[in-house]
Design a binder for this molecule. Structure first.
Ligand SMILES: Nc1ncnc2c1ncn2[C@@H]1O[C@H](COP(=O)(O)OP(=O)(O)OP(=O)(O)O)[C@@H](O)[C@H]1O
Length: 685
């Protein structure tokens, strides 16, 4: 554009200048040619040379431009042409406004963005038809109209001459080729799309069958499991293992085949990651091998630590560990804040004449409480830890509460770096085996990760410092075996027995729809999710005020004791409808949940997967309904599609069937208002 301007206003003197530039350009071309030849003989890559040439050419061009623009300015000021006068007036106006800018910026900056034009309070400029829309051009055109017409033929001539020159330079390779990007130029290099590249262990996992019922493995077909534990499994009604258990249990047991203290053949065991649908039996997949590995321990020390995100999950997993350690002498301790801190300390260690000794072989903890004990219970140590189980691993990665993992690793490997002979025998983090390390085998630490929505993002998993990990996953489907693209897109799987629906509704009709499901369609054992504890509470009050439904709420509004009691009653079938926040969405194994209703649409795909996973567990059937407002439909269904989940069926509710509920519903709404007012008053006192 600058060149264009320069040529348009070039007078006779400028013609001379132009000729000089021409000579200079030619000299440059010749010099560049000579240098190119010289370099080629010396074997230097031509690209560097080209860059130099380009720099020289652009220097020359800018030099040429600046000289000509200066001349043009001089000429304009002496001219006193109307358009320049107008421009001067505008500049003066800007000075009055106190928004003066350096002159060089004037037109170019103002014309570049309409925003800046607005700021300077200048009237918008009309763009000439056929112009490129820039005000520079516009100004030029108007100036030409005012007095520069006689120059136009000269200008056109020079423009075509310039084009010729440029063409020549291009042909000779002096001007940049199309794949060289010049800042500010309109040339764009086509950027190649980066293809995601997964490490081999993530790209080629061990595939686990998703269908539970068709793939049960009888206990006798798994010789690795100890007969004692088989008996326990049978006593608990388990005659066959689920696919995830049949794959993962032997894999973990393999790493302890020469005893849990010594690594097999001196090698560190691989860490294990498991991604299998909700309700597929992941808990037993770690409980059984860990208990079996510790069956022969002599001294009680903390050998296994399971970390879970909530108190309820800690209780649930502790319960399962207790069932399978019963009668083995192994001790399980939970740290979740269910008991007082001092009571938990007492359950961890005991003072004897010889000092403190551990009362726990297996610790099940929430990350927060665990860190509290690592920092404030001096007798609690993890120096003998063999298994670190991270359940709901994706959630635990997202929420590295109090940096719990590095605190655990510090407690395992010790913080200080010693130099004495003792250093040789100190536990060291997993690293490649060396001759020196082979002489002093150490207890290995093996990480076991479990989730229904385990991240496949290597960057996220990296945070866990996994050692030669192995992935077991059921994210695949038979029909897609020859459709690799579809397989790649599939990120999560849902239980086979789950039927999913969405219910189009509006804000006002939502509670009525819920009542319709409960009272007219006779849904029972319903777990209903909302997105906040406030919504949960109000919906609970409204349904209770309506009457006819045995309803309860579950959220952080309740004390831990109340929460425990509520869950028990719901499991016993005493509660028809449990309205809950996402506190119950993950991991909880509540027997007999038939229906899951998302009263509020979940915002994240993982939340949806865990919510609906509270039903259709262990190969059973279950139904999930999601209430969607019109504005939510597209985004929500797209989210499911992108995750590779099957399409949801639509469940329509006939408005006629809601009419009989309306009168009572209005009364319940009025009652709700009164209750909310009363609660507000109570809160103030
Ligand atoms: N082999 C088995 N045979 C019969 N039932 C089993 C078997 N294994 C596990 N179960 C039962 O299946 C249910 C779900 O198991 P579990 O809670 O371990 O699932 P999960 O995969 O951890 O689910 P989530 O991802 O939701 O935490 C439990 O009630 C459990 O007792």
């Amino acid at each position: 554009m600058a060149l264009f301007l320069v040529h348009r206003y070039a007078g006779d003197e400028e013609g001379e200048q132009e000729d000089q530039s021409q000579v200079l350009l030619q000299q440059l071309q010749e010099r560049a040619k000579a240098r190119q030849l010289q370099k080629q003989q010396q074997g230097q890559p031509i690209s560097t040379e080209l860059t130099k040439q380009e720099n020289e050419v652009s220097e020359l061009n800018s030099e040429k431009e600046s000289k000509q623009v200066t001349k043009k300015r001089k000429r304009r000021s002496s001219d006193g042409s109307p358009c320049i006068e107008g421009q001067r007036k505008q500049n003066r106006q800007l000075q009055v406004d106190g928004k003066e800018r350096p002159e060089e910026e004037d037109d170019s900056t103002r014309s570049r963005t309409p925003k800046s034009r607005r700021k300077s309070k200048m009237p918008p400029r009309r763009t000439e038809p056929g112009s490129d829309g820039s005000s520079e051009n516009h100004l030029d055109n108007s100036c030409m109209a005012a007095g520069g017409r006689e120059d136009s033929s000269k200008t056109r001539e020079k423009e075509s001459q310039r084009r010729e020159e440029q063409k020549m330079l291009n042909q000779k390779g002096i001007l940049p080729s199309s794949d060289v990007i010049i800042l500010g130029s309109s040339h764009r290099k086509v950027v190649q799309k980066v293809q995601p590249f997964l490490p081999q262990w993530l790209a080629q996992p061990k595939v686990i069958q998703k269908r539970i019922k068709e793939n049960l493995i009888p206990l006798q077909d798994i010789p690795e499991i100890h007969s004692k534990l088989k008996k326990k499994l049978q006593a608990n009604g388990i005659e066959a293992l689920f696919p995830v258990q049949a794959e993962v249990i032997p894999a973990i047991l393999e790493s302890v085949s020469s005893g849990f203290l010594a690594p097999r053949s001196g090698y560190q065991p691989c860490d294990i990651c498991v991604s299998a649908p909700t309700g597929s039996g992941k808990t037993l997949a770690f409980v059984i091998p860990v208990v079996q590995a510790l069956l022969e321990r002599v001294i009680c020390q903390v050998r296994a630590l399971a970390v879970l995100p909530t108190k309820e999950l800690v209780q649930q997993v502790t319960k399962v560990f207790n069932i399978y350690t019963d009668g083995t002498g192994l001790k399980v301790v939970q740290l979740s804040g269910q008991k007082s801190f001092e009571k938990e300390q007492e359950s961890l260690t005991e003072k004897t004449l010889a000092g403190f000794h551990s009362l726990a072989d297996i610790v099940v903890a929430t990350p927060g409480r665990l860190v509290d004990h690592l920092q404030r219970s001096p007798q609690f140590n993890l120096r003998e830890l063999r298994f670190l189980i991270i359940d709901e691993a994706d959630r635990m990665i997202d929420n590295m509460h109090q940096d719990w993992l590095s605190q655990v690793l510090k407690a395992v490997y010790g913080a200080e770096e010693g130099t004495g002979p003792g250093r040789l025998f100190r536990r060291a983090a997993q690293e490649p085996i060396t001759a020196a390390r082979a002489f002093c085998p150490q207890i290995p630490l093996q990480k076991l990760l479990f989730s229904a929505t385990l991240s496949r993002d290597p960057e996220k998993l990296q945070q866990l410092g996994l050692y030669k990990p192995r992935l077991f996953t059921s994210v695949y489907s038979k029909t897609q075996s020859d459709d690799t693209e579809a397989q790649q897109e599939k990120k999560y799987t849902l239980p086979e027995g789950l039927s999913q629906y969405y219910v189009p509704c509006n804000l006002r009709s939502k509670p009525l729809f819920l009542l319709h499901f409960l009272l007219r369609m006779k849904f029972s054992r319903v777990l209903c999710f909302t997105n906040s504890k406030e919504t949960s509470h109000r919906l609970f009050l409204l349904i209770r005020a309506f009457g006819g439904v045995n309803v309860a709420e579950f959220s952080s509004r309740l004390s831990p004791g109340e929460r425990k009691r509520t869950l028990k009653e719901f499991e016993q079938g005493k509660i028809q409808l449990l309205i809950s926040t996402d506190a119950t969405a993950r991991g909880l194994d509540i027997g007999g949940v038939k229906y899951v209703i998302s009263y509020d649409a979940p915002q994240f795909i993982r939340t949806y997967i865990h919510r609906v996973g509270r039903t259709a567990r262990a190969g059973r059937a279950g139904l999930a309904f999601t209430m969607l407002l019109k504005v939510q439909e597209r985004k929500f269904l797209k989210m499911l599609k992108e995750a590779g989940l099957p399409e949801l069926e639509q469940q329509l509710v006939n408005s006629e069937s809601l009419k009989p509920l309306l009168h009572q519903y209005e009364e319940a709404l009025a009652e709700l208002q009164n209750i909310v007012k009363e609660e507000r008053v109570m809160k103030r006192f």
